[in-house]
Design a protein around this ligand. Structure first.
Ligand SMILES: [Zn+2]
Length: 254
């Protein structure tokens, strides 16, 4: 079991994993020596560093995990939230060196996902259009027209009303959504104005075939914004300090 531990005095955190006490991994045969996981003394080091400080366990809030960059990037920075039951903290996880363990940093504040852009999957739409209408010369040339209409519809969408789709994406900041009924009606109406007669029926068929699959899904790209709170000053006299030290601190303050 993983356990996140906070030093209340220093506001430093440590993620205790089952590896901390176990001996180093022996590298699997054929693996370079450098892949050894060296973690066994990290927790002891943390305890030594924060001897006589007040430590408390933090509970990680499920579903609060968010990452910058691509999933397979070992240097990507992640954020998640954790609580001691009274306060919620933001924890930043990062790594500078592949041979070093992850670093965890406690932040007073919260994150926000800011929408950067909403876009159509233009390439997929045009490709599918050419494929399906290759025997229909009057429509074949008009893929860009359809794309233009679709992009116009995107501006009318309210992202908080859309249904999120679990589409495989290399980044957790790229999220796919399905067109809602209002967006769909708007798309159909605009197409009816631009495509006539039998062409319109074809376009309508195209929309219904792809409204739920990858082609007509809407892609939203987000950015993580961190809002740091000004930490409220607290008078901490560590209760676990030896008495002489506590007196010395109090003397200094008065
Ligand atoms: Zn400490």
């Amino acid at each position: 079991m993983e356990q996140l531990i906070r030093c209340v005095n220093c506001d430093e955190v440590f993620l205790k994993t089952p590896f901390d006490q176990s001996p180093e991994y022996e590298p699997p045969p054929g693996q370079p020596e450098s892949y050894r996981v060296i973690q066994k003394d990290d927790f002891e080091d943390f305890l030594k560093l924060h001897r006589d400080h007040r430590l408390e366990p933090l509970t990680i809030l499920k579903d609060s995990f968010i990452s910058e960059g691509l999933y397979h990037d070992p240097f990507r920075t992640s954020y998640f939230k954790a609580t001691n039951g009274k306060e919620v903290f933001l924890i930043k996880r990062s790594r500078q060196d592949i041979h070093q363990p992850m670093r965890y940093q406690l932040i007073y504040g919260d994150y926000e996902l800011k929408l950067l852009r909403l876009e159509a999957q233009s390439e997929a739409i045009l490709k599918q259009w050419s494929f399906e209408f290759k025997k229909n010369p009057s429509l074949l040339e008009r893929g860009e027209t359809f794309l233009g209409i679709f992009q116009k519809v995107l501006h009318s969408l309210r992202i908080d009303q859309l249904e999120r789709i679990d589409e495989e994406s290399p980044s957790s900041l790229d999220i796919y959504y399905r067109l809602d009924d209002i967006g769909l009606a708007f798309l159909l109406r605009n197409c009816r104005n631009r495509f006539k007669g039998k062409d319109y029926s074809e376009v309508e068929g195209f929309i219904y075939r792809h409204k739920d699959d990858g082609v007509l899904l809407v892609k939203a790209t987000y950015q993580i914004q961190i809002h740091e709170k000004v930490k409220t000053k607290k008078e901490v006299i560590p209760s676990l300090l030896p008495l002489e030290k506590q007196k010395a601190i109090q003397k200094k303050k008065s």
